[in-house]
Design a protein around this ligand. Structure first.
Ligand code: HEM
Length: 472
């Protein structure tokens, strides 16, 4: 046992099964019979352990050496090992042992695939964090002006058709806003990008990630397995689209690119493909998953909407206009954002490869890990750890408020690949946009409740709005 800890050391329960067959059985459970959530819950119950061995996607006979074997981690204490880059290496493990073809990222390993020990990690992350600070001055006005057309579209569709599916209008808004703040470029200067930029990113993301995703029964299982999960998707199918976005950045994000080149020593290619990735994968991808889930939690609870509405308006009465500061004073609203991130972390998996043999510490025991083994943390369970959160399966909007004594719990919110109380830096792999994500989400909700008294969702689909009640 290393260090001073006195935990008993357990061997890691679970098995990878027979070669090939064990993997195929676990895939059947993961994609078809159980789904990711039950897959991890059932094994946790079976082995009476929050750390166990299992096979996870993506990996199949045609996956060229991608290894499905992982050590799964589903409790809050053991999960923190994945943030300790002295214990785990983060090289090429963003989505496990599967590295999508580098053609998807301009032929290079972009920041998300780099370990902090690689020199480029520091220069690229510093560049992207500088870029965020640069745009923080215009962040709030750009957000508000980009939200205007979103609200109008939603209102008009609800008025004309009685309902509106939120995702595509939301993504159009996200693409426009994120391009303005992260690229310094308004998509309106390029009509095709303005019209289709969000769909282009959707296609690019889906082609890259499809081997790891289920279709929820849309494609019958054997076909899904054969067509989508047996081999990596060819980049050729989205090459033309990717090049359009790349061209848009080269032509219209010149000022931001020059910061990367002149101040951080990047080549134009490194600056451009990393910007595209941060915009498309990190920011657009993250918000596209997170915001619909947040809207569905709030939409289901009229009482919460009423309380948020009055908090937002009370705070705004004491401020001249919307700002990062103003929304940070909205306690219930902030707690609601953390709770939605806790219940449904938009990036559910974190991976790390053991740099050496060590003891992986959980709440009251440790597990012996060998150098080279791949750890796979499943956040949705780690953030529902009953040892940390009371009634962990319940969405409690005020869980993190002072009144509830919830401030001490904020450190256990891990959505950004690190505790919510920690700071992203070049030494770690925490989301560079962590604070901007929380602030932007607060701002969007505050804008919503300044404009509307309430909204309603379709009872059969939490991603469809059926009514928007303008401020009375
Ligand atoms: C809701 C939105 C977002 C979510 C859920 C999210 C989540 C994450 C997560 C989980 C990681 C760590 C991935 C890993 O290594 O396992 C990450 C990394 C990163 N995120 Fe975010 N992110 C979001 C928005 C943003 C935004 C707006 C930016 C702004 C540029 C951003 C920039 C980055 C960058 C640059 C990294 C790589 C950090 C590194 O490699 O050291 N993200 N993000």
């Amino acid at each position: 046992m290393s260090g001073k800890e006195t935990f008993p050391v357990r061997s890691i329960p679970g098995s990878y099964g027979l070669p090939v067959i064990g993997n195929l059985m676990d895939r059947l459970d993961y994609f078809r019979l159980e789904g990711p959530d039950k897959f991890f819950r059932n094994r946790m119950a079976k082995y009476q352990s929050t750390v166990f061995r299992a096979n996870v996607p993506a990996s199949a006979p045609l996956f060229g050496g991608s290894d499905p074997k992982v050590i799964a981690i589903v409790d809050s204490a053991a999960f923190t090992t994945l943030f300790d880059v002295s214990l785990v290496e983060k090289k090429d493990v963003l989505v496990g042992d599967y590295l999508p073809s580098l053609n998807y990222t301009g032929g290079m390993r972009v920041l998300a695939y780099l370990d902090p020990s690689e020199p480029q990690h520091s220069s690229i992350k510093s560049f992207l964090m500088h870029n965020l600070r640069r745009s923080s001055k215009t962040w709030v006005p750009e957000l508000q002006s980009s939200l205007e057309p979103l609200w109008s579209t939603l209102e008009k569709d609800v008025e004309d058709k009685g309902k509106v599916k939120v995702l595509l209008p939301l993504q159009k808004f996200l693409f426009s806003f994120l391009s303005k703040v992260l690229l310094g470029a308004d998509p309106a200067v390029d009509p095709e990008i303005a019209k289709n930029g969000h769909c282009i990113i959707d296609k690019w993301l889906a082609s890259m990630l499809v081997p790891t995703l289920g279709t929820g029964g849309v494609i019958p299982y054997p076909f899904e397995e054969l067509l989508l999960h047996s081999f990596p998707f060819p980049f050729a199918l989205v090459r033309g689209d990717y090049e359009k976005l790349h061209g848009f950045i080269l032509n219209h994000a010149k000022e931001v690119l020059s910061i990367g080149i002149n101040e951080y020593g990047l080549t134009e290619a490194h600056a451009a493909h990393n910007l595209l990735y941060a915009l498309g994968f990190n920011a657009f991808g993250g918000f596209s998953i997170f915001l619909p889930s947040l809207i569905s939690y709030i939409g289901k609870d009229p009482g919460l909407q009423e309380r948020l509405c009055s908090e937002v308006r009370d705070v705004m009465n004491a401020h001249e206009g919307m700002s990062f500061n103003a929304v940070s004073e909205m306690e219930l609203l902030s707690s609601t954002v953390y709770e939605a991130l806790r219940m449904n972390p938009p990036v559910p998996f974190q991976y790390g490869r053991a740099r050496r043999d060590f003891n992986l510490k959980s709440h009251d025991c440790a597990y012996r890990v060998q150098a080279g083994e791949l750890l796979c943390g499943f956040q949705p369970l780690a953030m529902r750890d009953p040892r940390v959160f009371e009634a962990p399966e319940e969405f409690r909007a005020d869980r993190f408020t002072k009144e509830r004594g919830g401030e001490a719990l904020i450190q256990y919110v891990y959505w950004s690949n690190g505790p919510q109380t920690a700071t992203p830096s070049v030494e770690n792999k925490q989301c560079a946009g962590k604070d901007y994500v929380v602030a932007t989400t607060r701002l969007i909700l505050a804008d919503l409740f300044m404009r509307y008294d309430s909204f309603q969702l379709d009872k059969d689909s939490s991603s469809t709005i059926t009514s928007l009640k303008r401020r009375s």
